[in-house]
Design a protein around this ligand. Structure first.
Ligand SMILES: [Zn+2]
Length: 166
């Protein structure tokens, strides 16, 4: 197991639409294990493969967080089956250090995909889990929180991260 480096905005991989995953190879299983560890050690509740440099449709989630580690979840090729209700959530992202943003989300989502064994799964989610699923699935479309922010907020953040690099 290894903790992987997390790419930060504006890395090009974060803006790319991720490719579907085919068969579950030993390499993919190893990546899944590393992603779960990386998620926990970075204090995250979710991670998408593009955030660690793999432009593929794979996400890991644990809504109980790095302290409890009670419900690690892997979804390969996730797709929305149904989204209902509306909810505003304040979110942050491991790829956007110091950035937070209010995002309009669905309140309840049903997502289908495959788990780490390649079995078909369907997840009915509400509350925090529903929000995390939508956040991570945004990453697979090449979308991050800055795409939900106002132009001004985005420009201010871009100015801030340019200063870090100098
Ligand atoms: Zn994120």
């Amino acid at each position: 197991m290894a903790k992987l480096p997390i790419l930060t905005y504006p890395h090009a991989v974060l803006a790319a639409k991720a490719q579907p995953v085919g068969e579950i190879t030993p390499e993919l299983s190893a990546l899944i294990t590393d992603m779960i560890q990386t998620m926990y050690e970075s204090d995250g509740v979710g991670l998408a493969a593009p955030q660690v440099g793999h432009s593929i449709r794979l996400i890991t989630i644990d809504e109980t967080g790095p302290k409890e580690r009670k419900s690690p979840m892997v979804v390969i090729n996730p797709e929305f089956v149904e989204c209902t209700g509306k909810k505003e959530s304040e979110e942050s992202c491991l790829s956007l250090p110091t950035f937070t943003c209010k995002v309009k989300r669905a309140e309840n989502v049903t997502v289908k995909g495959r788990n780490e064994k390649g079995e078909d799964i369907e997840i009915k989610a509400e509350g925090l889990l529903a929000i995390i699923l939508q956040h991570e699935m945004d990453h697979l479309e090449g979308k991050t929180l800055v795409d939900h922010a106002s132009r001004l907020k985005r420009t201010m953040y871009e100015t801030k991260i340019k200063k870090w690099k100098d």
